[in-house]
Design a protein. Structure first.
Length: 500
């Protein structure tokens, strides 16, 4: 703690990224607990790339720190030891009432806060990182005691999310507190009051073409539920009925996903007089994908993920705690054959991944199987020479630059490679994301150069040669407002593809 005393029982969650034996990116997560001396030992895998640490302890302010995610030459500093110094938490609290002023018990209140600390000499520093939950009591009151103490100047801004089955709640975190002008000062003195209003849930029944209830499936009322931090799905019960949480008036997209049947998406207008809905589902279509690698060989257990349908992402097959399981299959079999027996009869976009290959396709379920040949890894190689002498450079770096779209670039330091004797070769994993890359060459004493063309999935091997112009070192002087020199100032150079 701040007095230097150990905090036994403190919990540490570690997320470590590394390169596995196939040279592919991999991660390992660990949940650890501090011993009586407040110590935790974390074993790192070989070829560790980055390390993220979250530490929590009841009654103390939670912290987070990340190592190894900047410039690999200058900022990849994963230490042998690091000490967290946790501050004592303080209390913030509030209450939740209805539009008549009556308290509402059992409201879930999610509280989050991230306060970054400035880096010192390029070294990563821990930051306050709070994600916790409280529940209102019978008097509608809630509190947490791990908030940071008020600092001089502008106070921190907490983000709150309120949810209750019978009331219209936050669609996005912080929405209600912003609308009702709830401030940090109110949270600190306990006067923060949020008013929830009763909403209207969507109720209905799901049946097949014979009129029998369908008893297994989910209802989704958000077009992108995976990326939402609130509840957006519910299960169909054993009678074929469903009921959403309370929703505000207006149009809402509703998607019905039930194994064995084609999914349905419908826009529903919520109004006080609305009646229960009725969905009659048709039998699904059989979709078969024969997935092969760039050489035409089947890819066992290839991953297949749904990316879009009817302009939405409410039809999904991701397995994640943030969403209910849709039961849509996610992988091909040992022969590289993926079968979905209840696909819709219109186009769906799929992202398909092999060990070192990938492809995104949009397909319609047909009687004939689709053969999908995945794109190979992107390999770029070439020579780098001195513009004045024509001789090869002995030492330089090749750094991929992600091109999200023209003039929107970001540097991928973690995938940089070193060149030798004027030659380089860089291979990028297409399974990470479907991106296009430019390539930047850097060498001490030379002006950096960025390729004119970007490369992405399906482009195949490319050869790019670079000629670098010698450039003098940049020199300058840092002074204060009185013109006096400032010692120990940190200088950082920004480029169009580096945002600091």
């Amino acid at each position: 703690d701040e007095q230097g005393k150990p905090l036994p029982g403190a919990k540490l969650f570690a997320n470590v990224a590394f390169r596995n034996e196939l040279n592919k990116g991999d991660i390992v997560n660990s949940h650890l607990v501090a011993d009586a001396a407040g110590s935790i030992t974390l074993k790192l895998p070989d070829r560790t790339v980055s390390m993220r640490l979250w530490v929590t302890k009841p009654d103390y302010v939670s912290e987070f720190i990340s190592f190894g995610e900047g410039d690999q030459e200058k900022e990849k500093r994963i230490p042998d030891q690091f000490d967290f110094v946790l501050a004592r938490g303080t209390k913030i609290s509030g209450s939740v009432v209805d539009d008549r002023g009556e308290p509402i018990p059992e409201v879930n209140v999610d509280v989050s806060l991230t306060v970054p600390n400035p880096d010192k000499d390029g070294q990563p520093q821990p930051m306050i990182n709070i994600y916790t939950e409280a529940v209102t009591d019978k008097a509608g009151k809630w509190s947490i005691n791990i908030a940071p103490a008020k600092r001089p100047g502008k106070d921190v801004q907490f983000e709150l999310t309120f949810t209750h089955q019978d009331y219209v709640c936050d669609i996005e975190p912080g929405q209600l507190q912003f609308q009702q002008n709830l401030t940090t000062a109110m949270l600190r003195d306990g006067t923060a009051k949020i008013v929830l209003r009763r909403g209207k849930s969507i109720k209905g029944t799901v049946r097949n073409t014979a009129g029998d209830p369908i008893t297994k499936g989910i209802i989704v009322w958000n077009d992108s539920p995976y990326f939402s931090r609130t509840v957006n799905e519910t299960k169909i019960d054993e009678s074929g009925h469903f009921e959403t949480i309370a929703l505000p008036p207006g149009e809402h997209p509703v998607t019905v996903v039930a194994p064995g049947y084609m999914p349905v998406r419908r826009m529903v207008n919520i109004e006080p007089s609305m009646k229960d809905l009725s969905f009659n589902l048709q039998p699904g279509k059989r979709l078969t994908l024969k997935i092969v690698d760039p050489d035409g060989k089947p890819i066992p257990k290839a991953s297949v993920s749904l990316q879009g349908w009817r302009g939405a992402e409410s039809l999904y097959n991701v397995r994640h705690p943030n969403v209910l399981n849709s039961e849509i299959p996610t992988r091909a079999d040992e022969n590289g054959v993926f079968v979905w027996d209840w696909a819709p009869d219109d186009p769906v976009t799929y992202r398909i991944l092999g060990k070192n290959s990938a492809k995104t396709v949009t397909l319609v379920a047909t009687e004939k199987p689709h053969i999908v040949q995945l794109d190979p890894t992107l390999t770029v190689s070439g020579n780098v020479t001195d513009a004045r002498t024509g001789k090869p450079l002995t030492g330089f770096r090749v750094i991929p630059v992600i091109e999200f779209y023209p003039d929107f670039l970001t540097t991928s330091f973690s995938n940089a490679v070193k060149g030798k004797a004027g030659e380089y070769k860089i291979t990028l994993d297409p399974t990470i994301d479907e991106r296009r890359y430019l390539f930047r060459i850097e060498a001490d004493g030379y002006r950096s150069l960025l390729s004119d063309t970007s490369y992405g999935p399906g482009d195949g091997p490319a050869v790019l040669n670079f000629t670098l112009e010698p450039a003098p070192a940049r020199k300058g002087k840092v002074v204060d407002s009185d013109g006096k020199p400032v010692a120990n100032a940190s200088i950082r150079i920004g480029t169009p593809s580096i945002v600091t």
